[in-house]
Design a protein around this ligand. Structure first.
Ligand code: PLP
Length: 385
C-alpha cells in the first residue's frame, strides 16, 4: 500500500464533497479575537431568543439536575405527552430530536440513499443539502421565486427517484412565507410516496391568521412530516431539542434510526415546561414584532433594501452600497467591520446571497447597536423619519 494513503481518502466521495456548516460566531470567540469584553458584544447571528430561557424551563432544569446520573427517558414520555395534549396528536405520531436538526437528519437517513434524490429550494435552510449529501442521495436545488419557495417548480422537479422534499416555512435565511392554500395544494399534487418535510421552526412568530393548519393536514397526508423546534421562540437553543409529527407509520420509520437516548434529560423536562409557558411565547413574539419594526425602519432610513421577513431575523442588502459594489463578496467586508465594532451578524454568501447580511432580531438596545454600527460603516446619513 502506498505510504501516502490516508483514511480520509476512503471516505465516500459524497462525504468528502460536503462543505461544512458555518455556524454563527460565538461571543467568546470574537472577544478573544478582537480583545473585546464579552459584555460589550452583541450577537444577532443565530436567531436565538434575546429574552433568554423561559422561567418555567429554568425551574424545571434546576429540579432535574439531581437526576443527571440516570439515562434520560428514551421514549420522552413526559415531553411527548405535553406535545400530544397541546397539539392534539397521538404519542406514536411524535419523534423527538436533539434539535429539529436531528429529526431532519432522521428523515434523510430513513428515506434517502445513493440513487435517490431530495428536492429543496435555492436559499433554503443549509441543513437540507447537508443531510441529503450525507446519505449519498442527489440534492435537487430549485431556483427560488422572489427569494421564496417556487412550489410549482418544486413539484416539477420531483423525479421518479425523489424520496423527500424539504420546505421551510417561514424560510431561513430569507424569512419568506408560503400561504396555507398554496402549501395544501402542493401536498395534494405531490405523489404520496414522496415525503414532504414542512419545517416550521419559526411558526410561533407568525400571527395566528398566517399559521397553516398543518397539524390537521397530518390525517390526510401519510407522507407529511412537520418539524418544530424549542431553539427559537422557546429560547432553548443550547439544550438541543425539537420534534417531528407524522402519521404513526412514518414516525416509526424515523424512530428506527434515532439514537436511543438522543434527547438529554434536561432538554426533555425544560421543553415540557416551556411548551406550556404561553406568557413567555407571547412576550417573545411581542419583542420580535417590535424589533422587526425597529430594524427594518432603521435600515430603510439608511436607504437599504431588505427582504420582508416572517421569522425572527431579516436579510438586509448591504452589497448594493457603491463602495462595496466591486467586491466579489460585497457583504463580507461590512460583516467584518461590524465584528470590529462588537456586532455579530450572519453573512449569507454560502446561501447564494453575497449582497446580504442576515440579522437576528434582538432586544431594542441590541438592535440599536447594530443600526448605529451599520450607519457608521456605510457612512449613510439617515433620512429624517
Ligand atoms: C433554526 C432552524 C431550525 C432549528 O434547528 P434546531 O436544530 O432545532 O436548533 C430548523 N429549521 C430551520 C429552517 C431553522 O432556521
Amino acid at each position: 500500500m502506498p505510504a501516502a494513503m490516508n483514511p480520509c481518502d476512503f471516505a465516500p466521495d459524497y462525504i468528502r464533497a460536503i462543505a461544512p456548516y458555518q455556524p454563527g460566531k460565538p461571543i467568546a470567540e470574537l472577544a478573544r479575537e478582537m480583545g473585546l469584553n464579552e459584555a460589550d458584544i452583541v450577537k444577532l447571528a443565530s436567531n436565538e431568543n434575546p429574552l433568554g430561557i423561559s422561567p418555567k424551563a429554568r425551574a424545571a432544569i434546576a429540579a432535574a439536575i439531581d437526576e443527571l446520573a440516570l439515562y434520560p427517558d428514551g421514549n420522552g414520555f413526559e415531553l411527548k405527552s405535553a406535545i400530544a395534549r397541546k397539539l392534539g396528536v397521538a404519542l406514536d405520531q411524535i419523534v423527538l430530536g436533539n434539535g429539529s436538526n436531528d429529526v431532519l437528519e432522521l428523515v434523510a437517513r430513513a428515506f434517502l440513499a445513493p440513487a435517490t434524490s431530495a428536492v429543496y429550494s435555492q436559499h433554503a435552510f443549509a441543513v437540507y443539502p447537508l443531510a441529503t449529501q450525507a446519505t449519498g442521495a442527489r440534492g435537487i436545488e430549485v431556483p427560488a421565486l422572489d427569494f421564496g419557495h417556487d412550489l410549482a417548480a418544486m413539484r416539477a422537479a420531483i423525479r421518479e427517484d425523489t424520496r423527500v422534499v424539504f420546505i421551510a416555512n417561514p424560510n431561513n435565511p430569507t424569512g419568506t412565507l408560503l400561504e396555507a392554500d398554496a402549501l395544501y395544494a402542493f401536498l395534494h399534487a405531490v405523489p404520496r410516496q414522496v415525503v414532504v418535510v414542512l419545517d416550521e421552526a419559526y411558526g410561533e412568530f407568525l400571527d395566528a391568521d398566517r399559521q397553516a393548519p398543518a397539524v390537521a393536514w397530518l390525517a390526510e397526508f401519510p407522507n407529511l412530516v412537520l418539524t418544530r423546534t424549542f431553539s427559537k421562540a422557546y429560547g432553548l437553543a443550547g439544550l438541543r431539542v425539537g420534534f417531528a409529527l407524522a402519521q404513526a407509520d412514518l414516525a416509526g420509520m424515523l424512530n428506527r434510526v434515532r439514537q436511543p437516548f438522543n434527547v438529554n434529560s434536561l432538554a426533555l423536562c425544560a421543553a415540557a415546561a416551556a411548551l406550556n409557558d404561553t406568557a413567555f411565547i407571547a412576550e417573545s413574539k411581542r419583542v420580535n414584532d417590535a424589533g422587526m419594526a425597529q430594524l427594518t425602519q432603521g435600515v430603510q432610513a439608511m436607504g437599504l433594501d431588505f427582504i420582508p421577513s416572517f421569522g425572527n431575523f431579516v436579510c438586509v442588502k448591504v452589497g448594493s452600497v457603491e463602495s462595496q459594489a466591486k467586491r466579489e463578496n460585497p457583504a463580507a467586508s461590512v460583516f467584518q467591520a461590524l465584528l470590529k465594532r462588537g456586532v455579530i451578524v450572519r453573512p449569507v454568501g454560502n446561501y447564494g446571497m453575497p449582497d446580504y447580511l442576515r440579522v437576528s432580531i434582538g432586544l431594542p438596545e441590541q438592535n440599536a447597536r447594530f443600526l448605529a454600527a451599520l450607519g457608521e460603516i456605510l457612512n449613510a446619513t439617515p433620512r429624517p423619519a
